[in-house]
Design a protein around this ligand. Sequence first.
Ligand code: UT7
Length: 313
Amino acid sequence: MVKRVGILGIGTYLPENVVTNHDLAEKLNTSDEWIRSRTGILERRNAPIEMLTSEMATEAGKIAIRDAGLSPKDIGMILVATVTPDYAFPSVASVVQERLGIPSGTPAMDISAACSGFVYGMVTAMHFIQAGSYPYVLVIGAEKFSSIIDWADRSTAVLFGDGAGAIVLGCVYEDRGIISFELGADGARGKHLLADPMVSMSGREVFKFAVRQMPLTVESVVQKAGLKNEDIDFLIPHQANTRIIETARERLALPEEKVSVTVNRYGNTSAASIPLSLAYEIQQGTINDNDIVVLVGFGAGLTWGAVCLRWGK
Ligand code: UT7
């Protein structure tokens, strides 16, 4: 029987500096009313200029390893989902290896799938664990979008935030853990959201893609798990816009209390948004042992990805 892989520990890092919509309205031709009503965002965190993505990733990773009851030497592989690395190379994952004291020789690489990157990382880790290559894999989503935003472009500057979230994946008990996954990309539509080096986006196009693709991906991953939409106990969607989340929730016929919303407090943190939301919900006590939890991401590429898992170790 294939080994089941699940989440053994989780950790997050959020920069202290809270930037409100009012703060942005002082510098840009925008308003709290516009940002709130079009995106649901009330505030976001911005890292200090000198803070690197790897520093946020390291802090989140350290907590996740501790939460899993492990030590850095137990980690067999490091995957960091990010599109805002410190440098083109070395990878953030390599920097994290050194900073966390994970032994030299441990494989480390970054995954570039933007807001879907964390799910891509989870699925990659799952396969290495199931193959018996490594017992524990550290998967981190970490982003510093404040460094690639054109602060004069109000259509993107108000959307993004900085932060990091990490999990340790390993084998779990019988029916717990990841049951199914779904990954996809459509390079032909990549032009709608790109960074070269600053972010530019056709908001409307990405919005249309997101509201269509997110429910389709959720339905597909749930079907692959042999379940139905109504079996979902908790949905953790990528946090880009409450209107996108709300439209997807209605299409999936899920009640509000089963869908995570944290974009209001953190903004869109790209690859970090799913682990940040997951950690937030765990802290709130909304996710319980044996729950069916679906994580779903979508974003630049264009890419999408989901995992359906049964919560617990
Ligand atoms: O994580 C990766 C995935 N990214 C996403 O999922 C983002 C998807 N897209 C969206 O969430 C929405 O398209 C946005 C929030 C980005 C924009 O909302 P929208 O309702 O699609 O607005 P729009 O771009 O069509 O702009 C409407 C108006 C425009 O003015 P006119 O042309 O109607 O006069 C914009 O210039 O709103 C204006 N506008 C703003 N006004 C005040 C755009 N940004 C702002 C702003 N403040 N910050």
